[in-house]
Ligand binder design. Structure first.
Ligand SMILES: *Cc1c(COP(=O)(O)O)cnc(C)c1O
Length: 458
């Protein structure tokens, strides 16, 4: 295997080293060349080195430079070198992370990483945790635990008996809840539309004064880090009111939860620890490779009731944590190893510095755009910046031209009736120089598209 793995490592290094000098979006010719992959299944074996060579030749140029420092689309982190390296090593181990008995090494590494995360994010130290694919799945885990708990209190065993005939559950969320929450609710049989949407304010925060009176089995979903503005729901007040009514509170903190690891930002996430379950991503702000999300549940028994497999062939877990009792999957990769490596290498101060640095870059973007007369639509409290280049058509034209120009990449979003470009700074790889180059490109492209700056900049 050695020459093949060495070849893969060399190709990966070359790819990463070339990112600063290539367009962030793939060139159209590279995308066109992918057509040659659309061929019948080979009848005969091919030499592995030839397969890798072809993958690199066709695949690498057709990627988007998400691992580089100038990708600002969606909310997408890069991959810290140590996390990528640990990912490679653990992939070579090829461990099935389902049980302690099958892989004690991975189980212990993941235990340690979960403990560190509860400490770093300042969540209840006894909470149960789950390594899942992303925040979508983490939302599903939190809401499944919630569904179990609120129905158990009403005398109903939802895992055994399903939802037919069960007492109804009231689901409350903010009007700006992330679309993946609705998906999780749909999968869990709670309904995408059968929800109470609470009005939000100008930054997308749930208005605590609009929370309806709650009674019966109820689930309240809060948000830490609005995907457009980065804003946080007022968690202290909402948790206290929800808990007085006996409701379960779930927090979608896909990226915002990480503010709790930063002394200068932690006030935004105040009160989050009062909730009952939390979802976050490691592949966003912790900058581990895809895919990696995390669910935490205060009442671990509720999560285990929702997720445990009890098939007789599985070894008893005894005193050990049984990883698959907390996840939708049985077999899965050892994604906690990458998390352990990232946390080991960064330490508490390194995580805080990474998050703070991204926020500083975001503020620089906001200042540069506003100074040039392009209105920034949100309060830049975290790493998200919304900017308008005029009417919807002009804004869309600027974004498209920017993506084609290639210096950087940012996407389009709709924010409270306005079309905007969203800049998300989530990667360890973004440097001051990347920000200045990207800002200059944005202003250059906007001017070329005829986007007129406001006469009175905000
Ligand atoms: C990104 C995001 C999600 C979905 O996370 P995935 O990792 O893509 O599954 C959910 N909620 C919020 C607020 C997000 O930003």
């Amino acid at each position: 295997m050695d020459p093949l793995l060495a070849d893969a490592a060399r190709r990966a290094s070359n790819y990463l080293a070339g990112l600063p000098d290539r367009a962030v979006a793939p060139e159209p010719e590279a995308v066109l060349a992918l057509q040659s992959l659309r061929e019948p299944l080979p009848e005969l074996p091919q030499p592995p080195h030839a397969v890798l060579q072809r993958l690199d030749r066709l695949g690498s140029p057709a990627t988007t430079s998400m691992a580089g420092g100038r990708f600002f689309g969606f909310v997408i982190g890069g991959a810290l070198p140590v996390a990528l390296a640990a990912n490679w090593l653990s992939t070579a181990w090829d461990q099935n992370a389902a049980t302690y008995a099958a892989s004690p090494g991975v189980a212990v590494l993941e235990d340690v990483a979960l403990g560190w995360l509860l400490d770093l994010l300042d969540l209840p130290r006894g909470a149960a945790g789950a390594f899942v694919t992303g925040a979508t799945q983490a939302n599903l885990c939190g809401l499944a635990a919630a569904r179990h708990a609120v129905l158990a209190r009403a005398g109903w065993d939802v895992e055994a008996d399903g939802l037919f005939g069960a007492p109804p559950i009231t689901v409350v969320l903010g009007a700006e809840a992330h679309p993946t929450l609705f998906k999780a609710l749909g999968v869990l049989g709670l309904g995408r539309n059968r929800v109470i949407r609470v009005e939000t304010d100008g930054q997308g925060r749930m208005r605590a004064d609009r929370l309806p009176a709650l009674s019966g089995p109820t689930l309240v979903c809060l948000q830490a880090g609005n995907v457009n503005t980065g804003a946080f729901d007022p968690c202290t007040e909402l948790c206290e009111r929800a808990h007085r009514a006996g409701a379960w509170v779930h927090v979608d903190g896909a990226f915002g939860l990480w503010a709790r690891a930063v002394p200068s930002l932690a006030h935004w996430g105040a009160g989050i620890e009062l909730a009952d379950s939390w979802a976050t991503d490691a592949h966003k702000w912790l900058n581990v490779p895809y895919d990696s999300g995390l669910a935490f549940v205060r009442d671990g028994d509720a999560l285990r009731a929702a997720m445990a497999v009890t098939a007789a062939y599985l070894p008893p877990s005894g005193a050990q944590r049984a990883p698959s009792d907390t996840t939708p999957e049985l077999s899965r990769r050892a994604r906690g190893v990458d998390v352990w490596a990232a946390l080991s290498a960064l330490g508490r101060s390194g995580v805080a510095e990474l998050i703070e640095r991204c926020c500083r870059h975001a503020r620089r973007f906001a200042r540069g755009l506003a100074d040039a007369g392009y209105p920034v639509l949100n309060e830049v409290v975290l790493n998200q910046v919304l900017v308008s280049f005029g009417d919807a058509t002009t804004t869309r034209r600027v974004i498209e031209a920017l993506q084609t120009e290639g210096t950087c990449w940012a996407g389009v979003t709709e924010w409270q009736g306005r079309t905007a470009m969203r800049i998300s700074v989530s990667s360890w790889a973004t440097t001051d120089a990347d920000v200045e180059l990207s800002l200059a490109a944005m202003l250059r492209v906007a001017a070329a598209c005829g986007a007129a700056p406001d006469s009175c900049p905000m």
